[in-house]
Every structure is written in structure tokens, then in C-alpha cells.
Ligand binder design. Structure first.
Ligand code: 5AD
Ligand code: SF4
Length: 483
């Protein structure tokens, strides 16, 4: 529930307010009435399921969408056997789209058994015209479609859907609007993502994100700090600052604020014990940020620094605006200044024109940087991006051979890096009960490594010293250190 708003006090006989967020509070109040009447009519509470595809940004958006549904009176449902199912979609690679289409077929069969059921789709995939056309033609049972720029209008869109009884489609091309103070239903009580900026201006030539998430816009530092303070007051100990390119945060604010300055101000907030951020573009990572990280007591020892390719020629075609040598120099500087940091990355294999020699350059960077982990992706052609119309799409054999070699190197190095922590005692945030063995708690180290250790659920949300006893490649088994 939204702490500060009493939805029962909102007068639904008056016109909806024009200003946000008051307008959405009005529609949440209206939805509450609808949900109450429906559930009285059928004699049980209405349920809603939000399923998220994609990145941390989407996960955070889903918490906001779930916040609206909770305020409206829906009970959260773990599965898609629910009265309202919302898919928050991703379109960064084509397989994300295919998964949504596959699951929509299944939703239709559930809907046939529950005539009350409503199906809603939102997120990045909905910003693509071809997707909307396909859904209109082949998935006519979908009731509501909206995009990334108007998610703050979710309550209003749902009201329109219920009142019109028709499919509602509302996609905006872009927006400069940032609506604050909407309800949020956090997945974890003790940790939270927090958007510091939206959109991306980089236009890496393979990437669809700038087209579906729009131009870069930063939130005001005061709004961010206010939100962090209220999260801390609500028991949050770890926050993750989210943006497509956090290193360019604040450049267009008046007056400008750097990401490093923002971090320092967040660090001052009592109650927050850990600060993470995602994602950093290497071209914008400043010396100031390295120094702030180095001297910080709260910023976690983890940096996700997407490489994409180790070949300068391919990096140029990708419009990444750094060379192999510049990236290596940056990584070396970071490792020297912050020796206990873990560096992770994203790599794409099969970008147009890529040869085995280019992939070997990438493998060379992997060996030199010694990544603690790397996410490797096969290039996926995204309609509308510059790379989609480039010649020389790479043959499958090269992709397969290059990908396998790369993965082998990545895994071998990641294992070696993990083993370096053997026997150490390090603080871990107890995040959840282990699903396979509920006598174990799953914790996360500052450097993002996972450790499972025997412990009671009362520890959840606490930071505890854990001895790392047994390395299992990507995670440890450990025990609480009582010393
Ligand atoms: N094909 C494959 N991987 C991609 N990524 C972004 N666009 C594509 C694409 N068209 C990867 C990048 C990025 C991560 C989130 O997804 O590595 O860092
Ligand atoms: Fe895509 Fe590049 Fe922006 Fe990341 S920085 S979202 S890869 S365009």
C-alpha cells in the first residue's frame, strides 16, 4: 500500500485531476471500487500476476506496476492462473520476443477457462510497431497494451480497459515526463533498485534500447535522495542505482551533477549499507568515479563494464567509441586502484563482419582483464538498428566456434577468480532461503558472489560475516563466522 495516500478519501464524483501523480491516485481509487465490486460479485478476491522479462530496469518497472495492482486491491498471484496477467516484456534480443509469443499461446488457454481474465502487455517489445501489428492480428485475446513511456498511467489505462470493454492500445513514441511518488511493491523488503535515469543516447549500432526506451533523461538528485531516504526508513539496506548508462548521469541537468557526486550524496544516507549500480559504459567512466569507489565504505566491490567486443575494428562498427587498448587501460587502472573489485562484462559474438580473428581479440581481452563473470550473447538482428542493414552477417559455424571458445575461456577464468576467495571471511547480505535446501540461507558478497550457508530465516536482510569454505565454481558453501 502507498504509505501516504488514503485512497478511500478520493472523491470519485469529481473530474480526474490533470496533474500527476494525483491523476493516477484518482484512477487507483476508481480501480479499487471496481475490484471490490467484482470480488463481491464472484465471492473471492481478484488476483493479479506480473511476469517480468529482461533486465533490472524492467524488474524495477514491474515493482511499480505491482504497486498499483496492490493498491487497487488485487492479491498477488505467483502463477499465470490469475484474473489479471501482465507481461512486462523485453526486446533486446529476438529470443526474448519469441518467449513472449510462446507464453501468450498458453495464456489464451487459461483465459478460455476464466472469462473474467484480462491479459495486459507492456514494456520494450511493445514499442515496436511490427509487434503491435502481430498482436492485433494473431493474439486478439489481449486486453491492454502499453509501452515504456506511459507505464505511470497504468491505473488509468486499466480503468479505460474495464470501462470500454474493448482492447486498449496506448503507445507513446517518447516522453520527457518523469512522474514521481507512485506506489511500489518491492520484491525484497531489504533491497531495492532505484531509477536514476531513463533511456539511452548512445546508439550502439546493434542495440534497440535507444529506440524503445527513448532519449536519456536524468532524475533530479533531490528526488533520488528523497526516495533513497524513504527506502532506508522502510528497512532497505542495499540499493542499486539503475540506468542504461549511469556514468553519464546528470550531464543534462541544470546545474549538472556527476554520477560520482550522486554516489557520494547517497553514501551519506544513514541506514543504507550497500550501494550498487548498473550499467556503466566504459567511454564515460571517470577517474572521479574510480576514486569515489575506492574510498567508499558502502559502494560494493563490483563493476559491470560491458566490453561487447575486444576488436577495435568491430567496436568502431558497433559505435562503442573506445578501442581495445583504451578498455584494457581502464580495466587495469580499476584493478590497480581497487584490488578487491570484481569486474563483470557483456560480450556479443557474431556482429556483422566479425571474423575468427576478431573473436580472438575478444578472448585476449577476457584473458587480460580476468573477468569474474561474463554474459555472452549471440548477436541478434534488431529491425531498425544500423547493424541490421550491415552486410556480411556472420556464418553460423564461425558464431558457434567463436562462442564456444569464448565461453570456455570465460568459465575457466571465472572459476580461477572465484577460487581466490577460498577460506576468507567476508560480509554477505542474507537474501533468501535456499530453494533446494531450506536449512541454508543464500547470501551475496559485496563483489556479487553468491554464498550458501546454514542459518535461520531470521537473518534475512542482515549483513553477516561468512567464512567461504568450499568453492563450487560460481558460488561458495560457507558458514557464519562468529568471531
Ligand atoms: N544482440 C545480442 N546482444 C545484444 N545486447 C544488446 N543488443 C544486442 C543484440 N542486438 C546485449 C549487450 C548488452 C546486453 C544487455 O545485451 O551485450 O550489454
Ligand atoms: Fe544499448 Fe549501447 Fe545504450 Fe547499452 S549503451 S542500452 S548497449 S545503446
Amino acid at each position: 500500500m502507498h504509505k501516504d495516500i488514503d485512497f478511500n478519501q478520493i472523491d470519485l464524483n469529481s473530474q480526474p485531476p490533470a496533474a500527476e501523480p494525483a491523476r493516477q491516485y484518482y484512477f487507483i481509487a476508481k480501480l479499487r471500487q471496481h475490484v471490490k465490486e467484482e470480488s463481491e460479485r464472484i465471492g473471492r478476491p481478484l488476483t493479479a500476476n506480473v511476469t517480468t522479462f529482461g533486465c533490472q530496469m524492467n524488474a524495477r518497472d514491474s515493482e511499480k506496476l505491482a504497486g498499483v495492482l496492490e493498491c487497487a486491491g488485487y492479491l498477488p498471484a505467483e502463477t499465470e492462473e490469475a484474473d489479471l496477467v501482465l507481461y512486462n516484456t523485453c526486446t533486446v534480443r529476438d529470443n526474448a520476443n519469441q518467449r513472449v509469443y510462446g507464453r501468450l499461446g498458453h495464456l489464451n488457454s487459461i483465459k478460455k477457462k476464466n472469462p473474467l481474465m484480462k491479459i495486459a502487455l507492456c514494456g520494450c517489445m511493445m514499442q515496436e510497431e511490427s509487434v503491435i501489428e502481430k498482436i492485433k492480428k494473431s493474439y486478439r485475446f489481449v486486453d491492454l497494451i502499453f509501452g515504456t513511456h506511459n507505464i505511470f498511467k497504468f491505473a488509468e489505462l486499466l480503468c479505460t480497459m474495464f470501462e470500454s470493454g474493448r482492447t486498449v492500445i496506448d503507445i507513446w513514441k517518447d516522453t520527457s515526463q518523469i512522474v514521481e511518488d507512485l506506489p511500489v511493491d518491492r520484491k525484497y523488503p531489504f533491497k531495492s533498485g532505484i531509477n536514476i535515469m531513463f533511456g539511452c543516447n548512445n546508439f550502439c549500432s546493434y542495440c534497440i534500447v535507444p529506440y524503445v526506451r527513448g532519449r536519456e533523461r536524468s532524475r533530479n538528485p533531490e528526488d533520488i535522495l528523497k526516495e533513497v531516504k524513504s527506502l532506508a526508513a522502510d528497512g532497505v539496506v542495499e540499493i542499486m542505482l539503475l540506468g542504461q548508462n549511469v556514468n553519464s548521469y546528470g550531464k543534462n541537468l541544470v546545474p549538472p551533477v556527476s554520477f560520482a557526486e550522486l554516489l557520494q550524496r547517497v553514501e551519506e544516507i544513514d541506514g543504507i549499507e550497500r550501494i550498487r549500480f548498473m550499467t556503466s559504459h566504459p567511454k564515460d567512466l571517470s577517474e572521479e568515479l574510480i576514486q569515489v569507489m575506492k574510498h567508499s565504505k558502502k559502494i560494493c566491490r563490483h563493476l559491470h563494464l560491458p566490453l561487447q567486443s575486444g576488436s577495435t575494428r568491430i567496436l568502431q562498427a558497433m559505435n562503442r567509441r573506445y578501442t581495445k587498448e583504451q578498455y584494457l587501460a581502464l580495466a587495469e587502472k580499476i584493478r590497480k586502484e581497487i584490488p578487491d573489485i570484481s569486474i563483470t562484462t557483456d560480450i556479443i559474438v557474431g556482429f556483422p563482419g566479425e571474423t575468427m580473428e576478431d573473436i580472438e581479440e575478444t578472448i585476449d581481452v577476457v584473458k587480460k582483464v580476468q573477468y569474474d563473470n561474463a554474459f555472452t550473447f549471440i548477436y541478434s538482428k534488431r529491425t531498425g538498428t544500423p547493424a541490421a542493414s550491415m552486410p556480411n552477417q556472420v556464418p553460423q559455424e564461425i558464431i558457434k566456434q567463436g562462442f564456444d571458445q569464448l565461453l570456455e575461456t570465460v568459465q575457466e577464468i571465472a572459476k580461477k577468480r572465484a577460487a581466490l576467495l577460498q577460506g576468507k571471511v567476508l560480509p554477505a547480505l542474507a537474501e533468501e532461503r535456499n530453494v533446494q535446501d531450506n536449512t541454508l540461507i543464500t547470501g551475496r558478497l559485496s563483489n556479487n558472489m553468491i554464498v550458501h550457508f546454514p542459518g535461520s530465516p531470521a537473518l534475512l536482510g542482515k549483513i553477516i560475516n561468512v567464512r567461504l569454505k568450499e568453492c563450487h565454481g560460481f558460488y561458495y558453501l560457507g558458514e557464519i563466522d562468529h568471531a
